[in-house]
Design a protein around this ligand. Structure first.
Ligand SMILES: [Zn+2]
Ligand SMILES: [Zn+2]
Length: 342
């Protein structure tokens, strides 16, 4: 390497620590690790598709997955599109007794009360990224409806809605599905995020994500897709390369109460985001979360801004991340945005 090349390499090695103003986490954008978008994509292994014959979501009765708790369809269609069933191996169960806190020495526990449901999508070979905007709208509306139903239980404080796609994202079954877990507690990450939004609002009299959205729309660098009511960006503080966020533009704390126009716009953004990832990263494993406020004390949570997070599993977190909670991202999100838009 000549001195000039060496100097250029050093100039590129501008690692930065960036702060996520909502979670409070820091990430290291380690450009010194010099991963090009194409290098990250190349490492991916082919997806293993299980056969329809072995799939438990083809015959709900035979696989012991009845009753159907709720189902939705496209208007005018005779076939269901989305079905909600109880998880066969639930993390939490609502047959447990009332939620009671018990002290054991320095520890504390409550019964495993709650709900754990699977949201099955109709077609075995039609992942979420292949959903039409209309189908995506029906899916989001069905999640809103089920959320509102579970939220009626006064013992529930927090409902998590998520989608694992692929084994490295934690999906044990190939058949496309989402999951909902309703908890009798508020997770510490949700609490931290709510506190951050509250502090930001108190100091600035504005919503944190409304400010993020306005800033990103001015900067434009990290905006992947935009329609009238929503947008998709690669976050400035991305924990993983090609991480994406979908925001409704208009301030609103609650996913479950979003009107149909807003849901349609987000459905289009979500479809675009998933299509772009599938196309550019050749169908990566990924996790998707819908973040709304906890069920508990909704009236006091007006400063929150609901959104969707998508994290493709292209890098494996290791000891340092587990130890510190600080993720090392081997690629600048700006560079990721350029690659996804190309
Ligand atoms: Zn199936
Ligand atoms: Zn807002």
């Amino acid at each position: 390497m000549t001195m000039e090349q060496n100097k250029n390499k050093q100039l590129k090695n501008n690692s930065e620590l960036r702060h996520d103003p909502a979670s409070g986490n820091w990430v290291v954008i380690a450009t010194a690790r010099n991963k090009r978008p194409s290098e990250i994509v190349e490492k991916k292994e082919a997806r293993i598709v299980t056969s329809i014959e072995k799939c438990p979501f083809e015959d709900f009765e035979a696989s012991g997955n009845l009753p159907i708790l709720m189902e939705e369809r496209l208007s005018g269609s005779k076939e269901w599109l989305v079905r909600f069933i109880k998880n066969k191996f639930p993390a939490l169960d609502n047959r447990k007794k009332a939620v009671k806190k018990i002290k054991i020495g320095p520890y504390e526990k409550i019964n495993g009360y709650g709900y754990h449901e699977v949201v099955v999508l109709k077609e075995h070979n039609k992942p979420l990224s292949d959903f039409s905007i209309e189908e995506m709208t029906v899916l989001l509306q069905s999640l809103q409806k089920r959320y509102q139903e579970l939220a009626k239980d006064k013992k529930i404080k927090h409902i998590s809605i998520y989608h694992n796609w692929g084994p490295s994202a934690g999906a044990s079954l190939y058949h496309p599905h989402l999951q909902m877990i309703a908890l009798p507690i508020i997770s510490s990450s949700a609490k931290e995020s709510l506190d951050s939004f509250y502090r930001y609002w108190k100091k600035n009299k504005r919503c944190l994500y409304c400010d993020v959205i306005n800033f990103e729309l001015q900067e434009k660098k990290r905006v992947i897709f935009e329609n009238e009511r929503s947008l998709v960006i690669t976050p400035y503080f991305s924990r993983e390369p090609f991480e994406l966020r979908i925001y409704p533009k208009e301030h609103s704390p609650f996913f479950e109460y979003a009107d149909v126009e807003k849901i349609k716009a987000v459905a289009e953004s979500l479809k675009r985001a998933l299509m772009i990832l599938k196309d550019k990263l050749s169908d990566p494993d990924l996790n998707l979360f819908i973040h709304t406020t906890p069920v508990y004390r909704k009236d006091n949570l007006q400063h929150y801004h609901w959104h969707i997070e998508i994290i493709p599993r292209v890098c494996i977190s290791a000891g340092f991340e587990m130890d510190t909670g600080v993720e090392i991202t081997p690629m600048d999100p700006d560079e990721g945005a350029v690659f996804l838009k190309s």
